[in-house]
Design a protein around this ligand. Structure first.
Ligand code: AMP
Ligand code: MG
Length: 480
């Protein structure tokens, strides 16, 4: 049986300092844990073949499919504000699969062994974090948020040593590309202007082909990436997603969410929420994400300076003019999304205030973010506090000022307020069953309900419940 892989590897045709050709390190005893059959279909791949011995050998890095040219990508990045040389330390890009519709996607193995960029690391990944990325990236996709996808997770039959011995695993990740802000930082810092330009031309051709004939294509590119990032982070904020490690190497130029390490969804609304155990200063707290996205875009702009104009001063001026628009752009996207969440079709000056008041009340009374909007959407508003009731009245009055039927309003709300998100305790429960007890059924059920977050079905109700109160704050750990 043929899996229908169809590789054409444009990244491998970039100047050679952008990568190191290297094969995954074979593993002793691969076994399939989960395969994303619907994604396989979308990509024109044969799920049956992928689930077979040869398919699994590819996911494990034991076999290289025809046409693939495995390599590790070079990149740099600001990690918690500090610039470092990085690169794929535990990932291998097999190449680009071109789907029957002509769409080009990166196929990457994560956890596939050491590379020249591994520094002290073992190049491997543990099963729990790889399943976590699988669950959350697929949930994000279902929430209609641009994201890398997960095609499969296999175990390696080997252990990885973290604070204890854990089962090793490899995730097959599918992405529009793995070009990062950090890829541009790498070129700007360590390579020639010609190489930087080759990278930019490549990225424009691959992701922003309309810019190929723009008067200043690099300025166009900067603007487009900025728009994509502003739109993306607005979407994160609207569903309460906290990425957890918004380093510049974890920010794609395609505008997809990437690298699900310590990410998690917020329960109670609180802008200071941080889940990551390593983010001790709260740099990547929920409320900071839009500012950090703007900071990252500024780093991106810096790396493009040599291409924006031959005179540095003029280049800086051009870049500053663009990035100064980020906050307004972000707010426009966010406000648009918030209006939709509240069933508002028209725009009024006072809307921002109305939204701000709701958020403030949620913060004050420690209300669950997702479920507050869910309650409004299904008309099951149960807040007893007078302030909440007053707000509800003002919202009703605001709605009366638009010429929309109740059905239209509630339909709009259902499309923008997820009935369910991957609640942290549910994800942990699924991971514990799968990674510690070899029972995948809990995860499979969770994946099933997360596929249709806007469906508002009866069987989802169980999954909409917020976590039981706990005195131990939820913590996530970097997916190493
Ligand atoms: P991340 O925090 O996953 O974005 O990774 C940051 C950098 O550390 C990237 O260059 C990774 O390739 C590298 N890295 C993370 N975990 C490992 C590991 N187990 N072995 C080698 N490199 C790693
Ligand atoms: Mg990363």
């Amino acid at each position: 049986m043929n899996a229908n892989w169809n590789f054409d590897n444009s990244y491998a045709r970039l100047p050679e300092r952008f990568f190191t050709k290297i094969r995954p390190t074979p593993v002793s005893d691969p076994a399939l844990v989960v395969l994303n059959r619907s994604l396989a279909d979308e990509l024109g791949l044969c799920a049956e073949a992928l689930a077979g011995e040869e398919g699994v050998a590819v996911f494990a890095g034991n076999s290289i499919p025809e046409g693939a040219e495995p390599l590790a990508q070079a990149y740099a990045g600001h990690q918690f504000g500090h610039f470092n040389m990085l690169g794929d330390g535990r990932a291998i890009l097999l190449g680009e699969h071109v789907t029957p519709n002509g769409e080009r996607v990166d196929i990457q193995l994560k956890g596939s062994g050491r590379t020249p960029y591994s520094r002290g690391g073992d190049g491997r990944a543990a099963l729990g974090p790889m399943l976590r990325e699988y669950i959350i990236s697929e949930a994000m996709h279902a929430l209609r948020i641009p994201t890398t996808r997960s095609l499969a997770v296999v175990t390696t039959g080997e252990v990885v040593i973290r604070d204890k011995e854990l089962p090793g695993a490899i995730l097959t990740r599918v992405a529009a590309s793995h070009l990062r802000v950090g890829t541009f930082q790498y070129a700007a810092r360590f390579l020639s202007k010609e190489e930087l330009q080759a990278l930019a031309d490549y990225a424009i051709k691959r992701h922003y082909p309309n810019g190929e004939h723009a008067p200043n294509r690099y300025l166009f590119f900067l603007e487009e990436v900025m728009k994509k990032q502003a739109a993306l982070v607005a979407k994160w904020q609207l569903v309460g997603f906290i990425h957890g490690v918004m380093n510049t190497d974890n920010m794609t130029v395609s505008g997809e969410t990437i690298d699900y390490g310590p990410c998690a969804f917020m329960d109670v609304y609180d802008p200071t929420t941080v889940f990551s155990s390593i983010d001790t200063q709260g740099r990547y707290a929920y409320g900071n994400q839009p500012y950090i996205a703007g900071w990252n875009i500024a780093r991106f702009a810096e790396s493009l300076l040599p291409l924006l104009h031959d005179e540095e001063e003029k280049a800086i001026e051009l870049a500053q003019k663009v990035i100064a628009q980020f906050p307004t752009l972000y707010e426009t996207y966010w406000l648009q999304g918030m209006r939709a969440k509240l069933g508002l079709w028209t725009e009024e000056e006072e809307d921002k205030k109305l939204i701000g008041e709701l958020l403030h009340l949620m913060y004050t009374y420690r209300a669950d973010y997702t479920n507050t909007f869910r309650a409004l959407t299904i008309n099951e508003w149960e807040f007893c506090e007078q302030e909440f009731r007053d707000w509800h009245t003002r919202w009703q009055q605001r709605m009366a000022r638009q010429d929309m039927t109740k059905d239209e309003v509630y339909e709009r709300m259902r499309q923008h307020n997820p009935a369910i998100i991957p609640r942290n305790y549910r994800v942990e429960e699924a991971l514990a069953a799968a990674a510690e007890h070899g029972d995948d059924t809990v995860m499979e059920r969770l994946l099933d309900v997360l596929k249709h977050p806007y469906a508002y079905t009866k069987e989802q109700e169980e999954y909409a419940k917020p976590p039981a109160p706990s005195d131990r704050p939820y913590k996530t750990f970097c997916g190493t």
